[in-house]
Design a protein around this ligand. Structure first.
Ligand code: EPU
Length: 337
């Protein structure tokens, strides 16, 4: 276990804001995590567990412990004719795991290519893109209970997954630390290409193969989403709002071109990016924070922005979407103070 004091968090989160943490603790195994929990440091300090920091907005220095897993390892645990199960350490970079699956001809994770962050956080956040959510691949999640240090195995159903939701963000928030995730991947060629124009994009680049799907998704993401190494950002700043059908139909009558996704008989999802774009925000800059010029869903740090500057811009965006569409945007990004 490594304990650092007063270190800059700039390289540990995607907005690249230069805030400091009082303590930064990294552990490389479940045993090291347990030793940390027994150390008593937690009784005197608040704690935030981070993954790749791809969804965090620090509003100021963090006067507590930032905890980070560097548990590595991708280990196949079983297989049959159709599928393989594989246990992945929480500190494995998510996209390294996707590449590993593609290299081994395991099907299922390729649509989630290039999503920033680490494997532990992927299971907390239920990351999703291009018609796939990570919950579709998860068998079990290994976690340690903070209060007792006990290891607990959660089944997929125990995780209570929803859109960017899980029990670890909801009912059991702050109670467990995910240490590894077991995924089930298919050994048979099965592709999910129905999202928007994905299949056509893949075919433009060649045959439908795992590597081609991965390459196409990487190219689409790179064309729309700024690279956090170059321009600090956390991907989608807001979740796509789910609105009651009646409200959706009123909006649709006024804006027939509005894209939308079916949720249920009573609800419809509207892309936040479209709503923000229609309010005229795309490419607008306020101080050192701006709305990305290729994707209105993304707020970027143009260099030197403070957390408050970014939060302030997000609040103005929420107000204008509320005023124009009567829709409440909820940040996907976690504000940390
Ligand atoms: N749109 C605009 N203007 C914009 C942005 C979008 O008009 O500035 C329109 C698009 O033309 C499209 C619709 O809104 O018709 C949907 O937009 P987009 O394809 O960009 O994706 P999304 O469905 O809003 C979700 C995830 C993304 C994920 C993509 C691809 C959320 C909040 N976002 O966006 O996730 O990459 O699907 O599957 O669910 C992330 O979580 O960080 C993330 C990037």
């Amino acid at each position: 276990m490594q304990v650092f004091e007063n270190i800059s968090l700039k390289k540990y989160h995607a907005f690249g804001i230069d805030v400091k943490a009082r303590y930064f603790v990294e552990y490389a195994s479940v045993d090291e995590l347990k030793s940390f929990l027994e150390s008593g440091m937690l009784s005197e300090n608040k704690m935030l567990h981070i993954g790749g920091g791809s969804n965090l907005l620090f509003l100021k220095d963090y006067d507590g412990i930032i905890l980070h897993s560097v548990i590595k390892g991708i280990e196949p645990v079983s297989s049959d004719n159709d599928s393989v199960t594989v246990k992945v350490g929480s500190g494995v970079v998510w996209d390294d795991f996707v590449q590993f699956c593609v290299d081994n001809n395991w099907y299922g994770a390729e649509n989630l290519s290039l999503i920033p962050g680490e494997t532990g956080a992927s299971a907390v956040q239920n990351i999703g893109a291009y018609g796939v959510e990570v919950k579709d691949l998860i068998e079990t999640v290994y976690a340690v209970e903070i209060a007792t240090g006990n290891e607990v195995v959660f089944s997929n159903a125990d995780c209570e997954y929803g859109y960017r939701e899980s029990v670890f963000k909801g009912r059991l928030k702050g109670k467990f630390i995910v240490t590894s995730v077991v995924f089930k991947l298919s050994l048979l060629p099965e592709f999910k290409l129905t999202y928007q124009h994905l299949e056509a994009e893949v075919l433009k680049n060649g045959n439908i193969t795992l590597q081609n799907v991965r390459n196409t998704i990487i190219a689409v993401r790179q064309s729309k989403l700024p690279d956090p190494e170059v321009l600090g950002n956390a991907g989608s700043f807001f979740m796509n709002p789910v609105v009651p059908k009646k409200h959706f139909l009123e909006l649709q009558a006024k804006y027939p071109e509005m894209p939308h996704y079916y949720v249920s008989e009573t609800e419809e999802k509207i892309p936040a990016g479209w709503l923000i774009d229609r309010c005229g925000w795309k490419g607008r800059r306020i101080g050192n924070a701006a709305v990305h010029d290729k994707q209105a869903l993304v707020i970027v740090n143009c260099g030197g922005a403070s957390g408050h500057e970014i939060a302030g811009l997000s609040e103005q965006i929420r107000e204008s979407v509320r005023a124009q569409f009567g829709v409440e945007l909820v940040p996907e990004v976690n504000f940390i103070s």
